[in-house]
Design a protein around this ligand. Structure first.
Ligand code: PRX
Length: 683
């Protein structure tokens, strides 16, 4: 790791992070710099000191039900009060049992008779034209958003979507994505947003898994000046069949198509309708459905260690409370903020911190449609400057890319409006943290490194910006009500400084309620590894101050540019290609992406390895899962190294992937015969 610079830290640095042997780039334990929030920042913050944080945290742990009851009463608008705060029968939690509310009403109607009604709820910046012209822009007030959501909710009803039905949302980063989510929530339908970068196959698999009745999509979306053919992908998805020749998508009755990119699309009479045409038939009167606290709000698919993505299920009251409270306290939201979370709505960060969290707080949430380096690498800074963004929440992989592109791009713009910075998605290496602080934050903005997961619904371990002293590379301390612990294989807490598995000891309101249609897998994956605790799948250490340092995944899930990718998923995509006999996918440390995907592939007899075949296989994975899962490197092998019991020796492959740079003829076959004899009984 590069040498660290001395900086304005309160304790003098003797930081010499070294390359970690295991999961990620840096061994953070040597990091000794500490940054305290400035007096100025703390003075105006929701939580102004560690004493205040500790008091509230202790209350939340000592009397959780009392604590959450108070928060739920203060933060949410209820249509009917709950009878019981928590009903816990491991592994099933029910929060605010007997209560009724509506998420869309909490995000929109709540503000109608207040000054917030005419405030910007969403500021949207479209992808710019190729000649670096500014993008299209739209500002939607709370009142307008309420109207748009009510009208679209009526469109959903008109098209047969009912309470409890599932709808797939497959849209680009346009305000209509938020409208569609909120409209589903308004009528009590369950949405499942599929990231626009996923393939037709992924869309079909998700439709099949949740038996969706409707797809909400657009003709296309813009990405780096190109049109992503979303409707075409949906058409393809709706034709896909399983191995027995059965349609995967026969539950789909309607496809609603937003006109966005203007590309030509096929419209199937009786199945497909245009969003804008449908609006002619509805009015803006759509009372929010009374929903039980535990009604399903959304399903979001994420990678696990087996080949099949998991449908993470979130429900109404607990999720909303978590999204709202974490947004308020972690981003320290204030009425004047222009808050920008750069995540796509296709990921959980987009759900909790572009849509539900900020809107439930009456904040202004900025949405950007395009890529950070299109048409030029200053795209983000241009937007920060243009709108006076005050809070920026992005991913370490993006920060590392900005570092690489250089400060000439950041210097072109005035970034002084920023007052708080956040990161999420993977461990941030201290160099990137320092660069973020100094170059983007002008050394004045606190950084909140937030650890959480699709499963947790909201932020779990994080600094509280007006209170927590931060250290580069750690997500620091737990949020209210969260009781994390680092344990050994027997579930016993490990001493400070030792590595172990990160578990959460108590249920929390935003936790997943299960895996869609698979209670057994839910129990096995999360509640069987460590008795009585939720198992996160992450490795972690606590330092002497109790700060949590996440070191990365310990299961077969990789974190590539902040995206969770199951190696088994990529492997099964590879072997579904007729040329492939066997495949093993492992991670390799990558300067920009955190981890890169390396696939070792053995071909069927008679198939010849070639650069063309490599490209063909990459494209095949892109088609099966989506471009995010394309292996960075495919290496052909005559056979894979295996233990005597037949297990692929992954640790060995990881070393090979990390150690050898491929030069020259990239089709060279790996010969694992020698290696496997050396590697004895690794798995
Ligand atoms: O390994 C952790 C990593 O991302 C995983 C969760 O991925 P996903 O469900 O896609 O959600 C990403 C956005 C919440 C975690 O198990 N991760 C997330 N945030 C951090 C992190 N690792 C280290 N530090 C973080 N701040």
């Amino acid at each position: 790791m590069a040498q660290k610079k001395k900086s304005s830290a309160s304790k003098s640095p003797k930081a010499n992070g070294t390359a970690a042997p295991s999961v990620n780039i840096t061994s953070y334990m040597h990091e000794e710099r500490v940054f305290h929030p400035s007096k100025d920042f703390s003075k105006g913050a929701h939580i102004q000191s560690m004493a205040e944080y500790r008091k509230m945290y202790n209350e939340s742990i000592k009397s959780p039900e009392k604590f959450w009851a108070k928060q739920a009463k203060n933060e949410l608008v209820w249509l009917k009060p709950w009878k019981k705060v928590l009903q816990w029968k491991e592994p099933v939690a029910k929060w605010f049992v007997g209560g009724q509310l509506n998420v869309s009403a909490n995000c929109l109607d709540k503000w109608l008779d207040t000054p917030t009604a005419n405030k910007a709820a969403i500021i949207w910046e479209g992808e710019p034209a190729g000649d670096n012209k500014p993008g299209e822009e739209r500002v939607i007030t709370y009142k307008q958003l309420h109207r748009d959501v009510c009208r679209f909710a009526n469109v959903l009803k008109r098209n047969g979507l009912k309470k409890g039905d599932r709808a797939i949302i497959y849209l680009p980063m346009v305000p209509e994505a938020a409208v569609a989510m909120l409209a589903c929530a308004r009528i009590g339908a369950v949405h499942s947003v599929v990231f626009g970068g996923f393939s037709a196959q992924s869309v079909a698999d998700r439709i099949f898994d949740c038996q969706a009745k409707m797809v909400i999509t657009s003709d296309g979306g813009f990405r780096r000046g190109m049109i992503v053919q979303l409707k075409k992908n949906v058409d393809d998805a709706l034709k896909l069949k399983d191995a027995e020749g059965q349609s995967l998508t026969k539950t789909i009755e309607r496809v609603i198509v937003l006109k966005r990119a203007g590309n030509e699309v096929e419209i199937e009479e009786g199945r497909d309708v245009w969003w804008h045409r449908e609006l002619h038939h509805v009015d803006a009167n759509c009372p929010a459905e009374k929903m039980d606290s535990e009604s399903n709000l959304f399903i979001l698919y994420t990678s696990g260690s087996t080949g099949k993505p998991k449908g993470i299920l979130h429900t109404t009251a607990g999720y909303l409370l978590t999204a709202k409270m974490t947004s308020k306290y972690v981003f320290d939201l204030r009425p004047t903020d222009v808050y920008w979370c750069t995540a796509d709505v296709g990921w959980v960060t987009g759900h909790s911190y572009v849509v539900y969290g900020p809107l439930a707080n009456g904040a202004t949430s900025l949405m950007y449609e395009g890529a950070p380096n299109f048409p030029e690498p200053d795209r983000f800074w241009r937007i920060v400057d243009k709108y006076g963004v005050t809070v920026l929440y992005t991913a370490p992989t993006a920060i590392r890319a900005f570092m690489k592109w250089g400060v000439e791009w950041t210097k072109k713009h005035d970034l002084t409006s920023l007052r708080l910075l956040g990161t999420v998605g993977e461990p941030i290496n201290p160099e990137a943290w320092m660069w973020y602080r100094e170059v983007i934050g002008g050394s004045k903005c606190p950084i909140v490194d937030t650890w959480w997961q699709t499963e947790t619904g909201g932020i779990m371990i994080t600094p509280i910006p007006g209170a927590t002293p931060t250290k580069p590379g750690t997500a620091t301390l737990p949020f209210f009500g969260i009781l994390p612990e680092v344990v050994d294989d027997n579930g016993r807490p490990v001493p400070k400084g030792s590595g172990g598995k990160l578990v959460i000891r108590k249920p929390w309101p935003g936790m997943l309620r299960g895996l869609w249609g698979d209670p057994q897998r839910y129990k096995e994956v999360y509640w069987s590894e460590v008795k009585g605790s939720y198992f996160t799948g992450d490795g972690c250490r606590q330092d002497k101050d109790g700060y949590f340092w996440i070191v990365g995944r310990i299961d077969d899930v990789l974190n590539v540019a902040g995206h969770r990718i199951g190696t088994a998923e990529v492997e099964s995509a590879l072997v579904s290609n007729h040329n492939v006999a066997e495949a093993a996918v492992v991670g390799r440390p990558d300067e920009l992406k955190g981890q890169a995907l390396v696939a070792f592939v053995t071909l069927k007899t008679g198939v010849i390895a070639s650069p063309e075949l490599r490209e063909q296989l990459r494209a095949h994975v892109g088609k099966e899962i989506g471009p995010v899962a394309k292996p960075d490197d495919i290496r052909f092998a005559e056979g894979l190294p295996k233990t005597r019991s037949g297990k692929i020796m992954r640790r060995l492959l990881k070393q090979v992937a990390a150690g050898t740079e491929i030069k020259g003829d990239t089709t060279t076959l790996e010969d694992f015969n020698v290696l496997s004899r050396l590697g004895s009984s690794d798995d």
